[in-house]
Design a protein around this ligand. Structure first.
Ligand code: F1P
Length: 566
């Protein structure tokens, strides 16, 4: 079934055996996968990051941002997406607004995440399916604006939420210019009907392609190769989103405030600096492997991994932690992020969210109050900061954590001895890019830690997220496809097994089979381990009860499968 899959959903041949690899091999595999982001077009005909068309479009988009920065009255640059894409939108909008504030300019960047701010730090995948909701949230965010540059991010060119927003922009060209950011060739955009809408992602994109010539719409969608864990677009998809947006917005800021015009050369050089960041980060394979090993050990013996961060690096910790639940079926206690200054530092649209539950307690005070007393030597704590941010707070914090004999590792530029590529441009841009590259570097490290640790815990089968939460249509289809691949059974039978696991029912009633996928995903939200259960059902033809007990006895799915097959 693989040839028919879009690049972002394919399984990567480099990582087929990642589930049996050691920590250092896992890190080397991730390095090879991330390296693919910068590969040239290898004759497959897909646009890549460095393709001429991609760079040219980035120049044009940066010029549109520049216009808004120079004349911000009644204007807005909106960044929007679902899951990781929405979280990166938040991070970038916050960083660039901070920089505008530092030079006393109007703040023009704003973000939208499907599901609202609660989705910044926890998994809310269902709103991704809602095209109308996307449109309404965009309309509300832009009330009264006369000029809006809208960045819709969907790594897989698939989220109905983003399609709804792009469609709205196309219907109101007098105000909106849509820019689509994704990582598949255009013809691979999702063409599945969207509930309550007359368009598909694919059809919206076709309309955008027609408008590209007249610069009324832009598409930046280079392929970056399949993800290390199939479909896990939080990894390369998220990193490449960061790179594209940071390069475009930095170039626009430099042009608006330091009179350094946006050119293809500026864009290309800036992207090359990100390539060096990836290389330099992975030149510390040994140290990263130590972290992966420690985090894996913690998770394997029911310990926890905590990221204690300062500033934007803390945001990356919060983001990475929030993705472990939907990707690996992890509990929110397994990997958690905390930020110095809490919500005041985040400055998110909806303000403090602490009242939503314990998983929204994200300040260092919360960590000291709720987590520190519980820490044991099974746990791993990572401190994330740049030296200028912490002024000794990190040392104090590390001391307090170490008293509990926890594995503590500081991740800051000095500890990892990350040196930075020589500055490419003069003035403020140099400062900006230095800081931004710390962020990409931190993202890669944290993705390696959380992915590697879950792989070592047995939460990945070959290179598939076999414990994925089936909480929206994309994830339902991905789960059903995975069952087909792993069991060799036909699609219908795999979907039936999935439904049995979701509804916890041996018999599928007509009520169940006649419901739509959206309904199934609402029920699945309250279930765990549905894909492993369905897989055992398919492989052994046993009862649900027996499948559950097999999983309880051996939680590592690959081992259960080996047992089933023997
Ligand atoms: C959005 C997203 C991903 C997440 C998971 C579910 O994907 O929420 O960020 O990792 O795969 O979907 P996309 O719209 O950016 O492709």
């Amino acid at each position: 079934y693989e040839p028919s899959l879009p690049v972002s959903e394919k399984s990567n041949p480099l990582t087929g055996d990642i589930d049996r690899a050691s920590a250092s091999t896992i890190v080397r595999m991730l390095q090879a996968c991330d390296g693919q982001m910068f590969e040239e077009d290898a004759g497959v005909g897909y646009q890549r990051l460095f393709s001429k068309e991609v760079v040219e479009t980035m120049v044009e988009v940066a010029k549109k941002v520049e216009l808004i920065l120079k004349d911000p009255q009644d204007s807005l640059v909106v960044l929007s997406g679902c899951g990781t894409s929405g979280r990166i939108a938040f991070l970038i909008a916050s960083c660039f607004n901070k920089r505008l504030k530092d030079i006393s300019q109007s703040l023009v960047f704003s973000y939208i995440i499907a599901g609202g701010d609660r989705a910044l730090f926890s998994s809310h995948e269902a709103p991704e399916d809602d095209g109308r909701l996307g449109m309404l949230m965009l309309k509300e965010a832009c009330e009264g604006k006369k000029r809006v540059l809208f960045f819709g991010i969907s790594c897989g060119l698939s989220a109905p939420f983003v399609a709804g927003q792009l469609d709205f922009c196309l219907q109101h060209p007098e105000v909106y210019i849509p820019v689509l950011i994704g990582f598949n060739p255009a013809h691979q955009a999702r063409n599945e009907p969207i509930a309550g809408c007359t368009f598909t992602f694919h059809s919206v994109m076709q309309r955008m392609l027609e408008l590209e010539q007249s610069q009324k719409a832009f598409i930046v969608s280079p392929a970056v190769g399949p993800e290390a864990i199939s479909g896990s677009s939080r990894m390369k998809g998220g990193s490449a989103t960061m790179i594209l947006l940071e390069v475009i917005l930095s170039a626009a800021q430099a042009a608006a405030f330091t009179r350094a015009p946006v050119t293809e050369k500026v864009i290309l050089q800036s992207m090359l600096a990100y390539k060096s960041t990836v290389d330099v980060t992975y030149s510390h394979t040994e140290r990263i492997s130590t972290l992966v090993e420690a985090a894996g050990k913690s998770l394997r013996c029911s310990g926890r991994v905590c990221y204690l961060g300062w500033g934007s690096l803390a945001v990356l910790g919060l983001i990475d932690a929030s993705e472990c639940n939907p990707t690996f079926g992890a509990d929110y206690e397994d990997v958690r992020g905390f930020i110095a200054g809490g919500y005041a530092e985040l400055n998110n649209n909806e303000g403090p969210l602490t009242s939503l539950g314990p998983d929204f307690s994200i300040s260092h005070e919360d960590f000291l109050r709720l987590i520190l007393p519980l820490l044991t030597d099974r746990d791993t704590v990572l401190l994330l900061f740049t030296r200028s941010e912490v002024l000794g707070e990190d040392v104090q914090m590390a001391r307090r954590v170490r008293q509990k004999s926890v594995f503590v590792q500081n991740l800051c530029s000095s500890t990892l001895q990350i040196s930075w590529p020589s500055p490419l441009t003069e003035g403020s841009v140099q400062m900006l890019s230095l800081c931004q590259q710390w962020e990409l570097s931190t993202k890669l490290l944290l993705n390696a830690v959380s992915t590697g640790a879950h792989v070592l815990k047995g939460k990945v089968y070959q290179n598939h997220m076999v414990d994925v939460q089936v909480t929206n249509t994309k994830l339902f289809r991905r789960a059903a496809r995975l069952l087909q691949k792993l069991s060799g059974h036909p699609k219908l039978q795999c979907e039936e097994a999935l439904l049995k696991a979701i509804y916890q029912s041996e018999q599928l009633t007509s009520d169940i089979t006649s419901s739509d996928v959206g309904t199934h995903t609402l029920v699945a939200k309250h279930r765990t381990r549905v894909v492993p259960l369905a897989l055992i059902l398919l492989l052994t033809n046993c009862s649900l009860k027996e499948a559950e007990s097999r999983l309880q006895q051996q939680p590592i799915v690959r081992e259960v499968v080996v047992l089933c097959l023997s």
